[in-house]
Write a protein that binds this ligand. Sequence first.
Ligand SMILES: *[C@@H]1O[C@H](CO)[C@@H](O)[C@H](O)[C@H]1NC(C)=O
Ligand SMILES: *[C@@H]1O[C@H](CO)[C@@H](O)[C@H](O)[C@H]1NC(C)=O
Length: 254
Amino acid sequence: MGLAKVSSFLLVILFLINGGSSTTFTIVNQCNYTVWPGLLSGAGTAPLPTTGFQLSSSESRLISIPAAWSGRIWGRTLCNQNETTGRFTCVTGDCASSQIECSGAGAIPPATLAEFTLNGAENLDFYDVSLVDGYNLPMTIVPNGGANGVGKCNTAGCAADLNGVCPEQLKVTVEAAGTTGVACKSACEAFGTPEFCCSGAFGTPDTCKPSEYAVFFKNACPTAYSYAYDDGTSTFTCSGADYVITFCPSVSSI
Ligand SMILES: *[C@@H]1O[C@H](CO)[C@@H](O)[C@H](O)[C@H]1NC(C)=O
Ligand SMILES: *[C@@H]1O[C@H](CO)[C@@H](O)[C@H](O)[C@H]1NC(C)=O
């Protein structure tokens, strides 16, 4: 068999193994700068064909996602490969793998996270965009072609650019980028107290209330997680959908 035939044969086999229920993610970069998406599979779920790659401005990439996959996707910014050491590092969202592939390493906060549990309870897909670990760039999840009437299938995420308007105590700046800000920490990361981190005595939805900082994130991004117990307005469900994950979506899209 030729290579093309072998690969279509393998695709058919994969399709049969999956029962054809696999999902496609389309990752789109509408930022006017390069983003390096990072992908992390949850413990015990099938690995993805890639754990990190470069996505230039206006570029998009389709990724076939195994059934019942769970995990997260984020964007790394201001990345560079050191010419002497060959180490690949990013100013925001770095996964510290020293390479473009994250290979099982997660994002170092602050980073905007797209989180998925596909084919979860009642065979629904659960998804959200979380600012619980802070924020580094605008990101939305838009479901496509979900089964009618199953789940809410709404757009989730944060289309706003918060790096400039981030409260001073949370703002991350680097010399090379001037004073504009390249990311915005969560209050938990900035202050580390149980009250902001929803830990210890504040470890339940009843005792951990949204701080002024969580309110700042929520006002700017009503369909993203602003703190740990923000489930009601931040978790979405859909079924049988494909998902478009966009960095820097146009603000009118949400
Ligand atoms: C990217 O967009 C921002 C905000 O719209 C703008 O200030 C900046 O000049 C743009 N940068 C480039 C390289 O086009
Ligand atoms: C590359 O790595 C070397 C060794 O760690 C370091 O001294 C140098 O500053 C790095 N170069 C850049 C451009 O970051």
